[in-house]
Design a binder for this molecule. Structure first.
Ligand SMILES: [Ca+2]
Length: 387
């Protein structure tokens, strides 16, 4: 078990509201959400503040040129013959610029070369996950009661199955304390995304949420696919565009059109839902990118297989001008929560706004503990070509 889930369950000051089945963690230590844990990162202040805080790292470490000095060709981009696996798109591989101007942990920009792969066109849906559970009787992490021996010091009343749910205040709040809008809800899991009273009835086409990393691995094994690396996810997001801020180009809303499910209004208290969705949307509700992939930006965050280190890109550029099929660092470091191991999340969610998070930007990076799902985190998978 990771320290973060332990922190969540032993948090002094947790309040159990039996009637609502709600654990308020207002006075708790950081835990449980990828957005929430980012309060010490400048990128969480919104785009303008993030750019202002970018400082000295952005220009000094830029690689000099594409594919400079390697003398080796890029990965072969040819599409395998035969029909595509159901629901998957061919991502041709090749070289691209990876990074972002807006976030210190996404710098410097660096060149990456990838082999081609198949990728799910959409986030994995409730309907797809239900098939897996029906076939295997799998029980997700959020559905299991935490064991006392895994969480020494946790009050017994806190050892209940549940997950982290966005529970916004009804008034404006300062953005430094994410427990003002995140709560640990007893009985929240993929079948009950907002808690025991909610369900996924008529939400078969919505992305499955409250999925921990081991749940992703179990589904992947069953379906014969694997989790994308961070580089694969970002390459696929960009759809062949080079160094653009968004998966579709230069503007967040070209011609006034919403291209992704994000948050409009005043975060977190007033969601004006100009893009029609306050929460998750059915997969494929917004236009696909150049590779035919939907919701690579927004809707729900998605797991990748990489461990998160804030300085990983800085390390990569010291190892050569071109990173080939990078798999992420060997360990995890997040300065905002030292000692807590996290995986990289990509794509941002329906809660990302230019006031906070903003990681629907193609090079943005999120992060979260492997044992922690939320109601704005899901996944999709990839498959190498069969040769
Ligand atoms: Ca997504």
């Amino acid at each position: 078990m990771t320290q973060g889930r332990w922190l969540l369950l032993v948090a002094i000051g947790s309040v159990l509201l039996i009637g609502g089945g709600l654990y308020s963690l207002t006075a708790a230590k950081p835990s449980g959400t990828d957005v929430g844990r980012e309060t010490k990162m400048s990128c969480d202040m919104g785009i303008s503040a993030a750019k202002a805080a970018r400082g000295v790292t952005s220009t000094a470490m830029q690689p000099q040129a594409a594919n400079n000095g390697t003398g080796q060709p890029a990965a072969k981009p040819s599409r395998p013959s035969g029909s595509a696996p159901e629901g998957m798109a061919w991502i041709p591989g090749g070289e691209f610029w990876m990074g972002a101007d807006e976030f210190p942990d996404a710098q410097p920009w660096h060149r990456v070369s990838l082999d081609g792969f198949w990728m799910d066109k959409t986030e994995v849906t409730n309907g797809q996950f239900a098939q897996f559970v029906k076939a295997t009787k799998y029980v997700t992490v959020a559905e299991r009661a935490p064991r006392a021996e895994d969480f020494p010091g946790a009050p017994p009343e806190n050892l209940v199955a549940g997950s982290v749910v966005f529970s916004p205040p009804d008034h404006p709040v300062k953005l430094h304390d994410h427990f003002q809008w995140w709560s640990y809800v007893k009985g929240a899991n993929w079948r009950h995304p907002e808690g025991p009273q909610s369900s996924i009835k008529n939400r078969g086409k919505y992305p499955v949420v409250h999925i921990a990393y081991e749940d992703v691995l179990a589904y992947a094994k069953w379906v014969g696919k694997r989790v994308p690396t961070e580089a694969e996810f970002e390459f696929a997001t960009r759809g062949g565009l080079q160094r653009k801020p968004y998966a579709w180009g230069d503007e967040l809303k070209p011609g006034g059109k919403f291209m992704a499910n994000t948050f409009q209004g005043h975060f977190p208290d007033k969601n004006t839902t100009e893009d029609r969705y306050a929460g998750a949307a059915p997969v494929g509700s917004f236009p696909p990118n150049n590779y035919g992939l939907y919701d690579m930006a927004g809707n729900v965050w998605e797991w990748t297989s990489d461990w998160y280190r804030h300085d990983y890109y800085q390390t990569l550029v010291t190892q050569g001008p071109l990173a080939r099929n990078p798999q992420g660092p060997a360990d995890s470091v997040d300065p905002s929560e030292p000692g807590v191991k996290k995986k990289v999340h990509k794509g941002g969610s329906y809660l990302c706004t230019d006031q906070y998070c903003a990681r629907y930007i193609a090079g943005g990076r999120g992060k979260g503990e492997p044992d922690t799902g939320t109601n704005h985190l899901g996944f999709r998978l990839v498959r190498p070509p069969s040769r």
